[in-house]
Design a protein around this ligand. Structure first.
Ligand SMILES: Cc1cc2nc3c(=O)[nH]c(=O)nc-3n(C[C@H](O)[C@H](O)[C@H](O)COP(=O)(O)O)c2cc1C
Length: 191
């Protein structure tokens, strides 16, 4: 498998604490990673540990520290995980009210292969705005790991802690690399 650069966007839900699993899976396959966090997710993750692993600052605001790149790095794939009810609805509507949402809006617009892994309970997932958001993002080309074909379903309200343990980090990474490989092949005319 060819390596590449994976842009990870983390939202404010329990599995954010385990994003190191995704970073490790990517690194095993020679991918570089960087994490962008929604402002609400900062309290869910261990930013210094992530920075140590990735070698890149965790970005959550437009402010940059000396030495940080101001522009977005070229990404071979974008993986939004865990993706909250709130952020999925915002992404579908095109809202860009924080640095993470602005990055996502631009990367999707640039047609960067995008995988979204929702972590939502069944009550939220049943809401009409959420169902429309998922359909609209799929129509736009994003790959959303949700539903029986993806073996990843919304969990009953109150069971998030248990479900967090089975968050599909490996499947998410494999899906992102598959989409990135397909995009590379299409660009080089071998698709
Ligand atoms: C402890 C805790 C756990 C939460 N778990 C979830 C969750 O699993 N899924 C979800 O969609 N929202 C969850 N939320 C609510 C989101 O954090 C909230 O909607 C927030 O505004 C999302 O911000 P973001 O989408 O900008 O990251 C949780 C909130 C708290 C305080």
């Amino acid at each position: 498998m060819t390596g590449g650069h994976l842009q990870i966007v983390v939202c404010a839900a329990g599995p954010a604490a385990d994003v190191a699993q995704l970073i490790s899976a990517a690194q095993k396959h020679s991918w570089t990673t960087a994490v962008t966090a929604t402002p609400n997710s900062i309290g869910f993750l261990d930013a210094p540990a992530i920075e140590e692993l990735t070698g890149a600052a965790v970005r959550s605001s437009y402010r940059v520290s000396p030495g940080d790149r101001r522009s977005l790095p070229a990404a071979d794939a974008l993986l939004i995980a865990p993706a909250t009810y709130n952020s999925i609805n915002k992404i579908a509507l095109g809202l860009a009210d924080n640095y993470a949402m602005t990055s996502v809006a631009e990367l999707i617009g640039r047609k960067v292969p995008t995988v979204i892994v929702p972590f939502v309970n069944a009550a939220l997932a049943a809401r009409s705005p959420f169902r429309h958001a998922v359909a609209s993002l799929r129509e736009e080309g994003a790959h959303i790991l949700l539903g029986p074909e993806n073996q990843w379903e919304p969990h009953p309200p109150g069971s998030g802690k248990d479900r967090q343990r089975t968050f599909p980090w490996t499947t998410a990474f494999e899906t992102a690399t598959r989409l990135a490989d397909a995009a590379r092949s299409a660009r080089s005319g071998h698709g």
